[in-house]
Write a protein of this length. Structure first.
Length: 605
């Protein structure tokens, strides 16, 4: 009877009506659906609240539910859930509000339809001294006892002798170790990370997707396709969304060795023991190639097909690329709406304005407008009209954040090229729930129970007046600042999994020559965008000697101090210079090419 009632309500209220225009110039809000325990009456009440507050839309994110309300949970992608999202989109349209939807629950992508083959994986390394093939076989049997653990490769070394180890499909050693002394044996295996979706909603619990495996994404998307095609209810949000990359420990995929060799032209497996030899002469070049491979796999096998999937559905893609091991500039460039994140409280130096005393910068980091430019730069380069930000995340504890504190955080985003604010956020809460209603722990409360809710329309009106001209104009920037990620991949110590996290960018950004050059340009009052190797290859020189990739027209490319550069990038820079482009190297021209195969090649500046 309950399902029939829901269906009746959806049919009654989702009839075609004259649509109002969705307004992206107003700020939008994250809308946390706890347990998706939502109903039509409260959905309408929330949408009316959004409209009254001067918001332009909401972003539905299903997450875990509230204890005691289990009977009202709606399973993710069930007919109940699809019906209510469809109803929400239609009712929002009547009010001139837009709706975006996360392509999943919580974060990152994953769910019950992701199984071992396509779940996130990691490379694990072992080392032991052994004297015989029998001892080695016993060790291999123990290491590979779990059927989910697979052999990647192994090496045995004694003095100058080195043997590559092989096992058959039954995990039996097919290589013999000569007797007569101890061998240092190194093994590498592939195993699941075991990570499950964080803050998953009912029906969305399960293992995290292998982001480096195209087959994994295809399976993930195919499940949505099967639900959409079988459901009576269409799901047509303005945009599908991907949250920040928080896939921990995942640093490998089953086809990694083959994909690595196709990209770099050599076999990585026999060289893997160098990962544990910090003194190895070629380790830094090998690290570069490993990191470059993860970046390329993320770009080709996840980000490209996901954004294309959204396009094929007639929807926009809203993408947070930060936190990932990829080149953020290339990943953001694939999306329709690149999205950064303002997480925590900035040290703004405004007299009388301080952060919440409970705020922990050592834990949360501080927002930096220079890292936010990783999202806005590709938008300026390629003419994308919208650049968004998850805004006011962990700005302070509930009921301790003021509009006076929020406004300068928003202004900081505007300065960084952001023009589409998403508040973080508003929690769906039923009317009958006692004050203050349901709250999501990580969000500043922008809902009706907020202590500043009556004045929120004033801030929203200010944001709209700023965002409208920002969205209707084209960035006019003179400088392209090259992001030397190959230098970062080569020089950074530690494991080969290098995550570019905007919450804590001190090491990979702020303390590097690239970050220091960006800070210097900012202090001197210059406007600039970042550019990647891939994007450099797409630049062309205009008749007036300006540089463009289709939208912005730039005067000069500045290349910060670096130790290595990809050979293809240098060749392209030489071509651009011959065509009349202005190039400026800071301090020095790099003397070496990046990567293992080119590590011994040098060139004169």
């Amino acid at each position: 009877m309950r399902l029939l009632l829901i269906l009746f309500v959806c049919l009654l209220l989702s009839c075609d009506a004259e649509k109002a225009t969705v307004d992206s110039t107003k700020p939008w809000t994250y809308w946390w659906w706890m347990g998706s325990a939502v109903d039509s009456a409260n959905i309408i009440r929330h949408l009316d609240d959004f409209q009254h507050a001067g918001l332009g839309g909401a972003h539905i994110i299903p997450i875990y539910g509230v204890e005691g309300y289990e009977a009202q949970f709606k399973s993710f992608l069930s007919e109940d859930w699809m019906c209510l999202v469809h109803f929400t989109i239609k009712e929002a349209e009547k009010r001139g509000l837009g709706i975006d939807v996360t392509m999943g629950t919580g974060w990152p992508f994953g769910g019950p339809w992701i199984h071992g083959e396509h779940a996130a994986k990691r490379l694990r390394r072992y080392k032991r001294s052994l004297a015989s093939s029998l001892d080695l076989q016993g060790w291999i049997r123990d290491v590979l006892e779990d059927p989910q653990v697979k052999f990647v490769g192994g090496v045995a070394q004694r003095d100058s002798s080195r043997i590559n180890l092989l096992v058959d499909e039954s995990n039996l050693l097919t290589t013999t170790l000569p007797e007569g002394g101890k061998w240092e044996v190194w093994l590498a295996t592939l195993e699941p990370t075991g990570q499950k979706v964080k803050r998953a909603a009912p029906g969305g619990e399960g293992f995290v997707l292998d982001y480096f495996d195209r087959g994994g994404f295809d399976q993930y998307a195919a499940y949505f396709d099967s639900v959409f095609s079988a459901s009576e209810w269409s799901l047509a949000p303005r945009a599908f969304y991907h949250d920040s990359y928080e896939t921990y420990r995942a640093n490998w995929t089953e086809a990694f060795p083959e994909r690595f060799e196709a990209i770099h032209g050599y076999d990585i497996v026999p060289l893997l023991p160098m990962l544990d030899d910090a003194a190895s002469e070629g380790r830094s070049a090998l690290m570069h190639d490993l990191r470059a491979t993860l970046s390329e796999l993320l770009y080709r096998d996840f980000a490209t097909p996901w954004t294309q999937w959204s396009t094929d559905k007639g929807r926009l893609s809203r993408y947070q690329a930060h936190g990932s091991p990829g080149n953020l500039l290339d990943l953001y460039a694939l999306s329709d709406i690149p999205e950064t994140e303002s997480f925590g409280c900035s040290a703004l130096g405004i007299p009388g304005l301080s952060c919440d005393e409970d705020f922990q910068p050592e834990r949360f980091g501080r927002p930096n407008p220079l890292t936010m430019k990783f999202a806005s730069s590709p938008a300026h380069l390629y003419g994308k009209p919208l650049v968004s930000s998850e805004t006011a995340t962990w700005l302070g504890n509930h009921f301790k954040v003021s509009l006076r504190g929020i406004k300068p955080q928003v202004d900081e985003l505007f300065v960084a090229g952001i023009n589409h604010i998403f508040f973080h956020g508003t929690t769906y809460s039923p009317l009958e729930e006692n004050y203050p209603g349901w709250l999501f722990y990580a969000s500043t409360n922008f809902g009706p129970s907020s202590h500043f809710y009556d004045e929120l329309p004033l801030l929203n009106s200010y944001i709209q007046r700023c965002q409208k001209p920002l969205q209707e104009s084209q960035a006019d920037t003179d400088i392209l600042l090259y992001f030397p990620i190959s230098d970062l991949w080569t020089q950074t110590e530690g494991e080969h999994l290098l995550l570019l996290d905007v919450h804590h960018a001190e090491e990979w950004f702020e303390s590097t020559p690239f970050g220091e050059t960006a800070a210097l340009l900012q202090r001197q009052g210059y406007q600039f965008d970042y550019i990647s190797d891939r994007q450099l290859s797409e630049l062309r020189v205009t008749s007036s000697d300006k540089l463009t990739a289709g939208a912005g027209a730039y005067e000069v490319v500045i290349l910060p101090k670096m130790g290595v550069i990809p050979q293809g990038t240098l060749s392209r820079l030489i071509e651009l210079e011959k065509q009349g482009a202005n190039l400026l190297f800071v301090d020095q021209v790099p003397k070496r090419y990046a990567g293992w195969r080119d590590t011994d090649k040098t060139f004169s500046g």
